[in-house]
Design a protein around this ligand. Sequence first.
Ligand code: ADP
Length: 270
Amino acid sequence: GLTAHVQARVAPLGARHVLLLVEDQSQARRVEEVRRDFVANVSHELKTPVGGIAILAEALVDAKDDPETVHRFAQRMQTEAKRLSALIQEIVELSRLQGASALLDPGLVDIEDVVQLALDHLRVGAETKRITLTDKVADDLYVRGDVDLLVTAVRNLVGNAITYSEAGTQVGVGARLRGETVEIAVTDQGPGIAAAEQERIFERFYRIDAARSRSTGGTGLGLSIVKHVCANHGGDVQVWSDGEHGSTFTIRLPAAPESLPGRPAANAPS
Ligand code: ADP
């Protein structure tokens, strides 16, 4: 297959190119390993809520003469089923993102729209938890990309900021142009993230506190999705935290020329 083809191509070229070949093979092997790990992780993660639903169903059968218990178990089944469906949705989203390299049809995206659409979904939750949600987006910030994916990425970051913070604290979203990069920063006053965890949290299914994450409905996929959305847009995501006093997650994306000073303003994007 590909390896044989690469081999045939580099064979006459000498020793320096053998290194290239080895790198190519190990890259292919790594991709295969990632895929295999993903399938193993997915089946493990799906088993938990499915097992929960099975146990509840059994208990429900036993409790059939006690309407109050039936009601309670049915409600818990509903919660588990909702979680399962959210998990499946995120797994599908992530596997799609992992397969895609570049965006097929990037449009001009206004960052103000991205931030507002992301926050729309979260304002009620923030209010319920008495978290003050503020946003400050500079004028004329545009990137090329997929608005839905970018909304998902920002929503995941702000959703986490709300989830992992105490009531009465503040969560801020800011976006600005820095050089030729659009930076979207989400800051919270939550528990922070220790240096040793800062890389791992972007791995699929990784949670610092699995029990706590599960009790808040977390899947451990949110940040992994953010990372892939950023990569697919030619950007990245970073976290800053001293491990005690909150966290700041920053998405960095190449600015569309329409954002840069001295360029003609963008026509209102549809
Ligand atoms: P989850 O569904 O568990 O939130 P994520 O991939 O979104 O999964 O996040 C991975 C882990 O990173 C979380 O379980 C949590 O431990 C930690 N984390 C993410 N965002 C924050 C934050 N703003 N403050 C503190 N911890 C966070």
